[in-house]
Design a protein. Structure first.
Lengths: 81, 421
């Protein structure tokens, strides 16, 4: 159902009234997103973490954005819509 | 809770009850499109044996909240078990509350997935109650997730609004007007409404009252004889759909009367050191919560369940405490009275709470040192996350972390905490 990845990645995102990831670079592959299907926030201590589930035709990707060090992580890959 | 102790109806009110359908399961299906339209059962963690929520598809097979995994697999062999992600659910709840609060400041968070909204005075600003309900449903899909749905019940009080929302399930709107109150109540089971639990239901059935029609036929005197003054009036009103309790907005939630943490283990704990470690973990969490709320308590309760035995011990102290170690020492002392073979459930409570300034200022250097240590640990943990620093006693164990419950019993703490962060 889902594959856990937990790797640091590079993400292109628009920061305008929230975070909208456009594409990510994972293992030298450019993966574009069509839409964000869920966005939730939580705090790890004082660090705000935003969890985003982005999807395209092929799969859904759960990403995590750390607001303190501006880093992105690919958490897991799931079947698409 | 503000109640009016008479049987008269108040001025006509308009109350909405908004309930997220199969919340945990739908949230999991929202986050993972691969789970959509499939029977899903949410479990607390890997290896746990209780379904804490079932998706709409799983419910069709007869899987319910509280079913065991064994039973669920028997009813629905294709059920997909998914571990709960409480952080996600809590944030969805927070966003859901924000949507509901847009329509009236009098919005009560009833549990993690339910809200009551008193729109008596704001209804006309948005058209009418049905248009508000439709807008909430639309906004939920648009702002949180398109797979999440909610049912909205509209009526003149909380009791009837909640009853109406059960009729609206799933993803519907049900308006229960004055004329249909008795009809709706007669269709419902006694346990469908808030205020009749299993104990009260058993007592009612034991005297031949099995539905609302029979309950309504009972006189107040008859009910008084069997249930006393409080419950007779409560039941008399329930049977007639009278509920004058006010909707309590989030900023008026009563202060916490106790702080605690309970935990049911994966397996039976036979060794004393295992139980003590669990107890220490729960004490640390309960005391940290009390400190975050700037409270201290002087009543310590310990609940243990094991081999068909239940145990509750308590101790009332002379002075207020709020540190995990002292709380644990008292719990350990109470635990000495436990005679069971193994432990399956443990709960720690700190109550008789007062502002932490009422605590006695430590006199001896050793005590002062310990208090300074607690302050330092709290400050590190609040900066870097819970249990970044924890007692050495918990080394090598799987630490139980704070989590939200469906009942949302600690909503006062959690909503304030979310607002401040």
């Amino acid at each position: 159902m889902e594959t856990l990845i937990n790797e640091s990645i590079k993400v292109w995102a628009v920061f305008d009234c929230g975070i909208s990831p456009v594409a990510m670079n994972w293992q030298n592959r450019l993966i574009k997103f069509d839409k964000v299907i869920l966005k939730t926030d939580f705090f790890k201590g004082k660090t705000k973490i935003t969890n985003l589930v982005c999807a395209n035709n092929n799969a859904a990707y759960e990403l995590e954005y750390n607001h303190q060090n501006y880093s992105w992580k690919l958490i897991k890959i799931m079947p698409g819509l | 809770m503000e109640t009016y102790k008479n049987n008269a109806r108040l001025v006509d009110r308009v109350i909405l009850h908004v309930d997220l359908d199969s919340f945990f399961a739908t949230a999991a299906q929202q986050a993972n499109p691969g789970l959509r339209k499939k029977p899903v059962g949410i479990i607390k963690a890997k290896g746990r044996s209780c379904i804490i929520a079932a998706s709409k598809e799983a419910k069709k097979y007869g899987v319910k909240t509280g079913s065991s995994v064994f039973d669920a697999k028997k009813l629905c062999p294709s059920i997909i078990l998914v571990c709960a992600e409480f952080e996600k659910y809590e944030d969805i709840t927070y966003r859901f509350i924000q949507i509901c609060q847009r329509y009236s400041p009098i919005c009560e968070v009833f549990s993690l997935d339910e809200c009551f909204i008193d729109i008596t005075q704001t209804e006309k600003l948005w058209g009418n109650a049905v248009s508000i309900a439709l807008e909430i449903q639309e906004r939920l899909a648009l702002e949180i997730g398109d797979y999440l749905t909610c049912s909205v019940g509209i009526s003149e009080n909380r009791l009837l609004a909640k009853l109406a929302s059960t009729q609206a399930k799933p993803d519907g709107i049900y308006y229960l007007d004055k004329k249909s109150i008795y009809e709706a109540l007669d269709k419902a089971d006694l346990t469908d409404v808030c205020g009749i639990g299993l104990g009260l239901y058993r007592r009612l059935t034991s005297i031949g009252i099995g539905d609302f029609k029979t309950l309504r036929a009972c006189s107040l005197n008859f009910l008084y004889k069997h249930f006393g003054s409080f419950w007779s009036e409560h039941l008399y009103n329930l049977a007639r759909g009278i509920d004058n309790s006010a909707v309590i907005p989030t900023n008026k939630i009563p202060e916490a009367k106790s702080v605690g943490r309970t935990y049911t283990t994966h397996r039976n704990l036979y060794r004393k050191d295992e139980v003590e470690r669990l107890m220490r973990n729960l004490c640390e969490e309960a005391s940290e919560k009390a400190r975050k709320m700037q409270l201290a308590g002087r009543y310590v309760g310990l609940a243990i369940r094991g081999d068909e035995q239940s145990f509750y011990g308590h101790k009332t102290l002379r002075s207020y405490i709020s540190d995990g170690r002292t709380l644990f020492e008292i719990c350990r002392w109470i635990f000495n009275n436990w005679t069971g073979k193994y432990v399956r459930f443990c709960g720690v409570t700190l109550s008789m709470l007062a502002p932490s300034k009422y605590r006695i200022i430590p006199l001896f250097p050793q005590d002062r040192q310990r208090e300074n240590l607690t302050v330092a640990v709290d400050s590190i943990n609040s900066q870097f996350g819970d249990y970044t620093i924890f007692p050495a006693q918990l080394l090598g164990t799987e630490i139980i972390r704070p989590e939200v419950t469906g009942f949302f019993g600690d909503k006062k703490f959690r909503l304030n905490f979310l607002r401040n962060s």
